[in-house]
Design a protein around this ligand. Structure first.
Ligand code: SF4
Length: 341
């Protein structure tokens, strides 16, 4: 059986055509699933009995389960149990402009970034599109809110699960269903160059963020092993290609690690790397964890770094700190739930 929440509208149309049904019924199904949010095929009252029977034979409506919720100021972290008892987390943040959900895309992660608590658990498997869709559906129901923004920055490297992530984006973006605007969706990558190039050709209007975190290869290699496969010049070429094709602005995420990547020289190197590019830099105060030795840069060091970028005409913001009390901050998912292997 296939989980129907993993089907894009197009896939559903193709399926319906394959069983001799009219394609437009896919619109009706999307309406029941994502507008009316029913939990049973029997509740889809405008769909004929024979069609319902076929749907029941082919599809499941099975959901993942919320196990726990932790709450901090303007933030809630959810732990989910998957059908195979693997666990993932998602974080809901309340902003003045709406609510954003940080979605996990894998169980564990193979990228081994040295500052990341989430990546201490190696990848067990990719998430299916339906599991990502259900992170959103279940939290919306539980909180009784409409999520306005999605960031694919939870556990996992989204571009290491490219096809399912693209399917997920199509499903939540579809105008017949959840209808979350493409410009309200951000996919973040540690820098898998071939996938950045593929993404550039995909014609999706969603935002791209790059986890950069270093201003030169030597440093980046220490923090993010992916730099060995795709060093900065290769990465920057791919990003320029992406910007050239899409005309979209790219975000660079930069975690501020005390006396590691936050010096004046680092700031100037970063300016050199990014000058003239259609981008902005998001400086992220590091969330210290009990398992990893890095410390958070002082406010003064963050401000000095910020000022150098600003003076050199690089668009830059400092991310508001969310959820460090509930281990819901960037790079901390699953930190305390279960010891990473
Ligand atoms: S920062 Fe992201 S890509 Fe790196 S190990 Fe953590 S989850 Fe994986």
């Amino acid at each position: 059986m296939e989980n129907i929440y993993g089907y894009t509208l197009e896939m559903l149309e193709e399926y319906l055509a394959s069983i001799g049904e009219k394609k437009f019924k896919a619109n009706q199904l999307y309406d029941w699933l994502y507008k009316k949010r029913v939990n049973s095929f029997d509740d889809m009252t405008n769909v004929g009995k024979a069609t319902i029977q076929k749907l029941k034979e082919h599809f499941s409506l099975e959901k993942i389960e919320i196990v726990t919720k932790e709450t901090g100021k303007d933030v809630s972290k959810y732990l989910f149990n998957l059908h195979d008892n693997n666990k993932i987390e998602a974080v809901l943040m309340y902003h003045d402009y709406g609510t954003s959900l940080c979605v996990s895309s894998q169980v564990g992660c193979n990228m081994s970034c040295s500052f990341c608590e989430s990546g201490r658990l190696k990848k067990v498997r990719n998430l299916e599109a339906y599991e990502m869709v259900q992170e959103l559906l279940l939290i919306e129901k539980y909180e009784n809110v409409r999520i306005s923004h999605i960031v694919l920055m939870g556990i996992g490297e989204p571009f290491d699960n490219y096809d399912n992530v693209m399917k997920f984006i199509d499903i939540v973006n579809c105008g017949k269903g959840i209808e979350l605007g493409a410009r309200h969706i951000t996919v973040s990558t540690s820098g898998i160059v071939p996938k950045i190039k593929e993404f550039a050709k995909s014609d999706k209007q969603v935002n791209l963020a790059i986890s950069l975190h270093a201003s030169n290869d030597e440093l980046r290699r220490k923090l993010m092993p992916i730099d060995k496969a795709y060093p900065l010049d290769t990465l920057m070429d791919a990003i320029k290609e992406y910007i050239g094709k899409t005309n979209r602005r790219v975000t660079f995420e930069y975690i501020m690690l005390d006396h590691v990547n936050d010096t004046k020289e680092n700031a100037l190197e970063l300016v050199n790397l990014l000058k003239g590019m259609n981008c902005y830099v998001n400086l992220i105060p590091y969330n210290e964890t009990s398992h990893i030795d890095f410390k958070k840069s002082s406010q003064e060091r963050i401000m000095n770094f910020y000022d150098i970028l600003k003076k050199n005409n690089i668009n830059v913001t400092i991310r508001r700190e969310f959820g460090s009390k509930v281990s819901a901050a960037c790079g901390q998912l699953r930190a305390n739930h279960e010891e990473a292997k």
